[in-house]
Design a binder for this molecule. Structure first.
Ligand code: BGC
Length: 561
């Protein structure tokens, strides 16, 4: 019996062990199977991820833009490296305290420039001592020269009898003209005037060449002016003899070229004489009666519509400002005395030369590189940070540097002939286009970078986001510096209680958000008073302004109104 009990116990034990082993092995088998299943799922998930990201991105070029957008959603590459953005932001930012220092320094340099020559801001007297009254009459020619294009205009003023009429022709200024000989440059200008006559007047030269035209010449470079020509001709000979020798017949000498112009034999020579000689060579019956800067022309033409205009600003290929100054403050003034009773005179600031010593505005390595590669390093460096000729080039230098470090275009190919490799190959108008692209996948930025303009194949959304951010930083810095300039001018004029600033140039007119960025910065700097300062678009004012100044010069000058 005992043997039977022992046998049964042994069988039970064996069964138990077997059952346990069976259960355990079943449990393990299930666990292993679960693991295998889960690994399989994970594996498939990875594979799925892979097909969402890499292969899809590779085929993006072939897909419609919308498809590219949705695939980029899952692409971690779509997020730019935040460190890159932070680093660049720190380089290009202009916080309020820095802006205030800049404004203070501009005002101080303006005062110095009114006292003596040779300052950072040249503060050139313009000899324009009055603004148009609306009574002006007659037909005047004007040339607007100094940016990307040359314009020839004819302005017909009818006094109060009606709106002025303006005829004009536009010509592109080639690199050859900018960088060739001075006489070729002035011949080109005369040729444009002849072509204007042929377009707008009877083809017979007698028709337009029988009368002697008076012309206002907008020459948008730093010019040391002795007088508007009409005034010097009325100027008593005895008095003119008191001026330093030979200067009585010199109306304006070019101090330096800017904006990439390098034409030979023009610096230190009288620009009016050079132009009149070219007219003579071409048998044109024209007398230059006024020499004008584009800022002065802009101020005058805007004041013709809005008498509350006290400054004219150019934010285009170059940048500068003219404003109304108390005549008694211009203590360095030399030359024929202005008409009796003159209380004010327009000053061409030439603010592009501000901070050439590079002590007030923080410069990045890209700004310094840009400056080194200009024909006149160390000159007009404020203009380089603001104006349309240069800020695209700064973007290009940043982009190239980021491509070199691998922060940009890591997966893209840049063809050797891409304009990205050429100096000034990144036009400022591209910045406008990039900043205007608010699409979720920056489709137009992609079209620009990958199209004929740049031929960069295979950009990622992250690349495009970085490039857009770079444009924003450099565009914003430009607007904030321009705003600092305007704040300094209105403060110097003591016009914080209200005035209008006429602004011309493609940055103000076409660059998205530019006017608002300026207004925001002015609000930061001036507080509530900034609301009293109206920034108004003054389109193509400098040509019309030169015509108006020629009309004013033809009248007896009687002091600013
Ligand atoms: C010139 C100024 C001009 C400005 C805007 C600068 O480079 O020096 O005279 O007003 O460009 O055209």
């Amino acid at each position: 019996m005992d043997r039977w009990v022992a046998l049964c116990r042994f069988v039970c034990l064996l069964t138990g062990v077997t059952a346990t082993a069976l259960t355990t092995s079943l449990f393990w088998a299930a666990a292993v199977q679960r693991k295998i299943q889960s690994e399989g799922q994970n594996h498939r998930k990875d594979a799925h991820n892979e097909s969402l990201s890499i292969p899809r991105i590779k085929s993006l070029a072939a897909l419609a833009v919308t498809a590219a957008a949705s695939s980029d959603l899952y692409d971690t590459d779509a997020l730019p490296n935040p460190e890159v953005i932070t680093r660049l932001n720190a380089m290009f930012a202009l916080p309020l305290d820095r802006l205030k220092v800049i404004v203070k320094q501009i005002i101080s340099d303006m005062k110095t420039g009114l006292e003596r020559d040779g300052g950072a801001i040249k503060m050139l007297p313009t000899f324009v001592t009055k603004r148009p009254s609306g009574r002006e009459r007659g037909s005047y020619l004007a040339i607007d020269f100094g940016g990307t294009n040359l314009r020839v205009c004819e302005l017909v003023l009818n006094g109060h009898a009606g709106e002025p009429q303006l005829l004009q022709s536009k010509f592109q200024i080639s690199e050859n003209v900018k960088t060739g000989s001075g006489s070729a440059l002035f011949d080109f200008i005369a040729e444009c005037v002849r072509s204007f006559f042929q377009t707008h007047h009877a083809l017979d030269a007698h028709d337009w060449n029988s009368k002697r035209w008076q012309l206002g010449f907008t020459f948008s470079f730093p010019v040391d002016q002795i007088s508007i020509k009409a005034e010097i001709e009325n100027f008593d000979e005895k008095e003119s003899a008191n001026l330093s020798t030979d200067t009585s017949f010199i109306q304006g000498t070019l101090i330096t070229w800017t904006k990439g112009f390098t034409a030979t034999n023009v610096i230190d020579r009288d620009s009016i004489r050079l132009l009149e000689d070219a007219f003579e060579r071409m048998n044109l019956n024209i007398e230059v009666t006024a020499l004008v800067n584009d800022t002065t022309g802009t101020l005058i033409s805007h004041a013709y519509q809005n008498p509350d205009t006290y400054a004219g600003v150019i934010l285009g290929t170059g940048s500068n400002c003219a404003y109304v100054e108390k005549f008694s403050n211009i203590t360095k003034f030399r030359g024929p005395p202005p008409p009796l009773g003159t209380t004010e005179m327009l000053i061409n600031m030439e603010w592009g030369g501000f901070d050439d010593a590079q002590v007030v505005i923080p410069r990045t390595k890209y700004d310094l590189l840009l400056d080194r590669n200009t024909p006149t390093p160390g000159s007009y460096t404020f203009e380089q940070l603001i104006s349309g000729m240069y800020i695209g080039e700064i973007v290009r230098l940043v982009v190239l540097d980021l491509a070199r470090t691998g922060d940009l275009f890591a997966k893209a190919t840049i063809v050797v002939r891409s304009p990205l490799h050429k100096q000034y190959g990144f036009e400022t108008s591209y910045m406008s286009r990039i900043e205007r692209d608010h699409s979720f996948d920056l489709a137009d930025v992609k079209a620009l970078l990958e199209g004929d303009e740049f031929e960069i194949v295979g950009t990622t959304l992250a690349d495009r986001k970085i490039i857009k951010a770079v444009c924003e930083m450099i565009g914003l810095r430009s607007a904030r510096l321009a705003a600092a300039g305007v704040c300094a001018v209105v403060t110097k004029m003591n016009k914080l209680n209200g005035c209008t600033i006429g602004i011309d140039g493609s940055l103000f007119e076409k660059y998205p958000h530019y006017p608002n960025r300026m207004r925001d910065a002015m609000r930061e700097i001036l507080g509530i008073s900034s609301e009293n300062i109206l920034l108004e678009q003054a389109k193509d004012g400098s040509g019309q302004g030169a015509g108006l100044i020629a009309a004013l010069a033809a009248e007896a000058a009687v002091g600013i109104q």
